[in-house]
Design a protein around this ligand. Structure first.
Ligand code: FUL
Length: 489
């Protein structure tokens, strides 16, 4: 009897103490990113380098001929004529401006290779080539020096393969060998770019295996992934609603194959889909047009720093990546014009995002999972510390009592994507004279890694985020208030 009483008392004590125990982290929701995809997304800014014979001829392989002359190996080797190649300056420019990865066109559509491709003689190793610098190596060395990640673009479309008349199976073997060579010779490759333009009908899962066999964390870009997806346009603009998951069922989203309303679904992703394939938003600092625009053009119109801010808001600010092409010039450097635009863009970003006006705020929420998941975690700057609600709560208001009156016109929110993308509707309110007023353009949709909302300039000491709908308890790790007085947007 005595024993039973002691046992019951112990049970009661355990039950009581459970109420105050850490409930544990929220269970992951739905499809999750890999470690490689999380690291990739956190980079936010990636720089593209289109460099090759087109830098000198002004014509890229997308054109049926080179200024009227048919595409031949002789012509490519003759066209490619760099006196110097300062890859150190290319990558330093990227690093100085906050870019965390650069992607080099090891081979573009024309077929000319910037490294000694074991499967081709139309490359920098050819004795007829005027400059034998291994450009992929030069970029990779500079990446190591400046702590920047390396990405490699290997065009499936190849004018030299077409000219030689190889069948697709033979070409697939050659392509895989070239890929293996690139994946093994230049250190860690963070991203591989399979351009969809005229890509052949390879056995793509087998091609992907070559990459994964060497680096399982490598993020493979193509129209539909598997690592990241094209955003559906080349203006760097993601959908306001942007799920990082994408449905593959019933869609043939391999490089070279697009279907249906791809501009829409690649921009917005698919809620609750079974593959994690976030959107990458590519565009060029120089205007894209004929005969080319991805390669350097001395007289090509340039985007302004303010244009770049607009694209930043529409890519990084919509759960995507800002992938900007900055083509090195025929002098083998990033031209002073491009450097100046980038520096101005960096000055603008620093002026806007250098100070988080929410810092020092007192944060409360209508539901908190437990002290470890307190709403104050939204402001601690630690990626892995987050605010979360209890499991069955998918609707929560988070109140920020600011450290005095603040003036702002941008609101930033971040979801902790290692546990999945959850939020599907939220709104923002600000307090004027004790009354809450909706701010921004009303209720909006997804958050993902980062969402930046643009709205009118207001001065207030209280802001409220209302998560109105979420597929599982919300898990948020960042919040910011910023004032953009520089971009003119
Ligand atoms: C496109 C290509 O056709 C362009 O030349 C460029 O490389 C761009 C990034 O992708 O599809």
């Amino acid at each position: 009897m005595k024993k039973t009483l002691v046992y019951l008392a112990a049970l009661l004590l355990t039950a009581l103490s459970c109420g105050t125990k850490d409930p544990g982290a929220p269970a992951p929701y739905g499809t999750l990113p890999t470690k490689g995809q999380i690291d990739w997304q956190r980079q936010e800014l990636i720089m593209f380098y289109h460099f090759g014979q087109a830098t000198f001829s002004g014509w890229d392989g997308e054109n049926p001929s080179c200024n009227g002359k048919p595409w031949t190996a002789e012509l490519l080797l003759q066209n490619y004529a760099p006196a110097t190649i300062d890859a150190d300056q290319w990558v330093k420019t990227a690093a100085d401006n906050g870019f965390k990865e650069v992607i080099i066109t090891a081979k573009h559509h024309d077929g000319f290779c910037l490294w000694d491709n074991p499967e081709s003689t139309v490359d920098i190793a050819n004795e007829k080539c005027k400059n034998h610098t291994d450009v992929v190596k030069a970029v990779s060395d500079a990446c190591a020096k400046y702590g920047v990640n390396l990405g490699i673009y290997l065009s499936p479309w190849d004018r030299m393969i077409e000219a030689a008349g190889y069948d697709i199976d033979t070409y697939e073997v050659m392509y895989k060998n070239a890929l293996k060579d690139l994946m093994t010779k230049y250190g860690k490759v963070t991203e591989i770019w399979f351009d969809g333009n005229h890509a052949g009908a390879f056995n793509w899962p087998a091609v992907n295996e070559v990459v994964f066999g060497i680096n399982p964390d490598c993020v493979i870009f193509s129209n539909g992934g598997p690592g990241c997806r094209w955003v559906g346009n080349e203006q760097g603009e993601a959908g306001e609603t942007n799920w990082s998951t994408l449905d593959a069922v019933g869609r043939k989203l391999t490089p070279g194959h697009m279907e249906g309303d791809y501009k829409t679904f690649l921009g917005s992703g698919d809620e609750g889909a079974s593959r994690w394939v976030p959107a990458e938003s590519d565009f060029s600092i120089q205007q894209i047009g004929d005969p080319n625009g991805w390669f350097y053009g001395a007289d090509d119109p340039r985007k302004t720093a303010s244009d770049l801010m607009d694209i930043y808001y529409k890519s990084v600010g919509r759960n995507s990546i800002f992938l900007m092409n900055v083509p090195p010039s025929d002098k083998g450097v990033i031209d002073a014009k491009e450097v100046a635009i980038m520096e101005e863009f960096t000055r603008m970003r620093t002026a806007v995002f250098g100070t988080n006006l929410a810092d020092g705020a007192t944060v409360t929420a209508t539901n908190v999972r437990g002290s470890k998941y307190a709403p104050a975690n939204l402001l601690d700057g630690d990626y892995d510390s987050y605010f979360a609600t209890e499991d069955d709560v998918t609707d929560v208001d988070i109140d920020f009592t600011l450290d005095g009156e603040k003036t702002f016109n941008r609101v930033m929110l971040q979801e902790y994507i290692p546990l999945g993308q959850r939020v599907k509707a939220f709104s923002i309110a600000v307090k004027f004279d004790g009354v809450w007023t909706e701010w921004g353009s009303g209720e909006t949709t997804t958050i993902g890694h980062k969402r930046i909302i643009l709205g009118e300039t207001v001065t207030t000491d209280a802001v409220k985020i209302c998560i109105n709908e979420s597929n599982a308890c919300p898990v948020l790790n960042g919040f910011g208030l910023f004032n953009d007085t520089v971009s003119g947007l």
